[in-house]
Design a protein around this ligand. Sequence first.
Ligand code: GLV
Length: 379
Amino acid sequence: MTDEILPALAYRPLDLPPVDLETIANVREFEAPARERIHEAAWAYLAGGAWDGHTIRANDRAFDGFRLRPRVLRDVASVSPMTTILGRAAAMPVGIAPAALHALAHPDAELATARAAAAEGTIVTVSTVASRTIEDVAAAAPDARRWFQLYVQHDWDQTRSLVERAAAAGYEAIVVTVDLPVLGYRDDLLRVRFDPGPGAYANLPLRDTWRAGRELDELIDLRNVPMTWERLDEIRSWAPLPLILKGIMTGEDARLGIDHGADGIWVSNHGGRQLDRVHAPIEVLEEVVDAVEGRAEVYMDGGIRRGTDVLVALGLGATAVFTARPLLWALACAGEPGVVHALRILKEEVARALALLGAASPAEVTRDHVSPARGIARP
Ligand code: GLV
């Protein structure tokens, strides 16, 4: 199956030698060499935001609105980034967020990303619109903590089958993306008429006729799917797995999610790719955490590039954070070893930042460790 997919993929990455990982000291440094390796149209798709990009920029800059409040002379001799996520150990509070079509970055695609997650003891969230099948990723990385990201399809049976396949293949949670009733207005995609080809999406049925000239959300059958809170209850009944809602940006929706039995609330604006001019997730994290009142775990993605970003999020109440683009760039630069290197950098940065914050583990980071940037201490 997997070999049949690659010939059908448009926008293949360029076959350049891997980047010397010794030269990469932080995950932002993967971006420039990745851009040299990824096809121009694929780059526009993966890197791009929606509308004017206010939100994608805000995701990065919003961390400037917070400061860490370090405590000294604490016992941090044996600091560890280990944590617990959904009741199981994780080597660090940073996981891999879902992103479409890893084959646009590297031929090993999600197989490499999942193996890297297994090697570094963290969670990988595999997308509905992955380049490799749910089952192939599971076989490549049976020991990885794998979550499955679900896009609800027009075809309800097909949606159910995705959930059942993930459960059968040992994925441990279903992450339902709730912020894509239609695709955001993405100028770059319209300009290049982004179309990776009918065989690009390993988990979706090969449709008889590839609907040439359609927009991406129509191609992958996501446009205007009638998805409401009531339908969520049915999705929950399909598999005995924790259900996480990804794309929550308000306290109101977090509360509704909890009322509908969500086990996790994932604060996200889809990497700035959906509605523009919304807040950065880090700005609404506290509102969501307050609304959830400890009834579920809260995660976030959006702009996480440094261990210090991770600690700000933990301080504001996140159990863990996720990131996608830097890891995709690492994949493009050097395949699986690239992603391993990126995860190790993040792990080392988290450990070192914890020690400097005076916390021996992620669990010891509290709201008192974060304040608004003007230096006003929290009450
Ligand atoms: C989702 O798959 C996206 O393109 O953001």
